[in-house]
Design a protein. Structure first.
Length: 137
């Protein structure tokens, strides 16, 4: 397998939750897709809870626990949710085609919300930091 897109949403969610997804398939786009799946199925609050728990387990399983970042994880979910509220789509592919900025300009989107560099901050890795500039709607 060379892309998470060959998996159905059900397969992708299941494999990730069981730490059976090949690490090379878990790209930034796959992270955004995971948020989209969970928000669609469980709502934003439960999605944030689910993804934090699963991503912690997954990064530990693949030997990358030090890369887990609470703030980036929660902020990514909230950003995906923001775009979902503004986009009519029936699939992740349709959603991401209409919101490519989540892939191509993700850091800039985060910079619109934070003065803190949430990608490098130790505090941001350990606990969720609320946006200093613009709250997520």
């Amino acid at each position: 397998m060379n892309s998470h897109t060959i998996l159905s949403d059900d397969q992708f969610e299941l494999y990730f939750s069981k730490c059976e997804l090949a690490p090379e398939l878990f790209s930034h786009e796959a992270h955004i897709r995971l948020a989209w799946i969970h928000i669609t199925r469980y709502g934003i609050d439960q999605a944030v809870t689910n993804i934090q728990s699963q991503l912690k387990a997954y990064t530990k399983y693949v030997g990358a626990a030090d890369k887990y970042n609470v703030t980036v994880t929660v902020a990514a979910c909230r950003a995906v949710y923001h775009f979902m509220l503004k986009t009519d789509s029936n699939s992740f592919t349709e959603f991401i085609n209409k919101n490519e900025r989540l892939l191509t300009h993700f850091k800039q989107l985060m910079e619109a919300h934070y003065t803190t560099n949430i990608f490098e901050s130790i505090r941001a890795k350990e606990a969720y930091l609320e946006p200093e500039l613009l709250p997520f709607d």
